[in-house]
Ligand binder design. Structure first.
Ligand code: PGA
Length: 257
């Protein structure tokens, strides 16, 4: 399965726009799924109930973050059990924008285990702030991964997806997307690091996806080098671009077959 995941952040400006994107993506979701591609949208919480259609689950939905437990006396927070109850299937944890607001690896590890134990699929984001000539960024990502997964329940490994998102490649101020080679090299390191904690077989079963300035032009190149999907910010807010990325993923998958 390849995962094409839209991270809408605090967008779009209106519910009407959100509904338009969802209805366009819904139309192609059946075909995507029949090609083993799972489209997922992570909207702002405020829109979730208006967008989810629990009778038609071909297009799935996720949360962009989650609180560390299910306690109900937490002003402003959204819990895993609330997410589950409205029909969300995924949650992004450890996105660099959440890390910038204070989520350290310990918090990320608590959120991850909690969400997975509550039956959500967790998308763990890791990635270096910048690159250096000596390759120390590889160590930084390995450390982030080890610490973020330190408490992860092994029997929930099928709920884990890892997104490599180099911070320098994310958002409007990004230098550029990473290259497929950058992703490929980091994917090897991530698999090796996972194999230290889990069995080799389990380490290879975890989907590894790429995120950071993915667009309709570069999307296919990441799938071509073996990415199990994409985490997409800006381009997921344009229905045509998001659908084109799904189409490119189908082309790449069929080429690899
Ligand atoms: P971007 O965002 O595609 O707009 O760079 C990616 C992300 O933050 O997940």
């Amino acid at each position: 399965m390849k995962y094409i995941i839209g991270n809408w952040k605090a967008n779009p400006k209106s519910l009407a726009e959100a509904k338009d994107i969802v209805s366009a993506v819904k139309k192609i979701s059946k075909n995507a799924l029949s090609n083993n591609i799972q489209p997922v949208i992570c909207p702002p919480y405020l829109y979730v109930s208006s967008l989810i259609d629990n009778k038609n689950t071909k297009l799935q939905f996720g949360a962009q973050d989650i609180w560390i437990n299910n306690d109900t006396a937490e002003t402003g927070m959204v819990t895993a059990s609330l997410c589950k109850n409205v029909g969300l299937k995924y949650v992004i944890v450890g996105h660099s924008e959440c890390r910038r607001r204070g989520d350290d690896n310990e918090t990320v590890s608590i959120k991850l285990s909690h969400a997975a134990l509550n039956g959500l699929k967790v998308i763990l984001c890791v990635g270096e702030l910048k690159r250096d000539h000596n390759g120390l960024y590889f160590n930084q990502v390995a450390k982030q991964l080890r610490e973020s997964l330190s408490n992860f329940p092994e029997n929930k490994i099928s709920n884990l997806i890892i997104a490599y998102e180099p911070v320098w490649a994310i958002g409007e101020d990004a230098e550029s997307a990473a290259t497929p080679k950058d992703f490929y090299e980091m994917a090897m390191l991530i698999r090796r690091t996972l194999a230290e904690q889990f069995t080799k077989e389990k380490a290879f079963s975890v989907p590894l996806i790429y995120g950071g300035s993915v667009d309709k032009k570069n999307a296919q190149s990441f799938i071509d080098v073996g990415s199990d999907g994409l985490l997409i910010g800006r381009s997921s807010l344009k229905a045509k671009d998001f659908i084109s990325i799904i189409d490119k993923t189908i082309i790449s998958k069929n080429k690899i077959k």
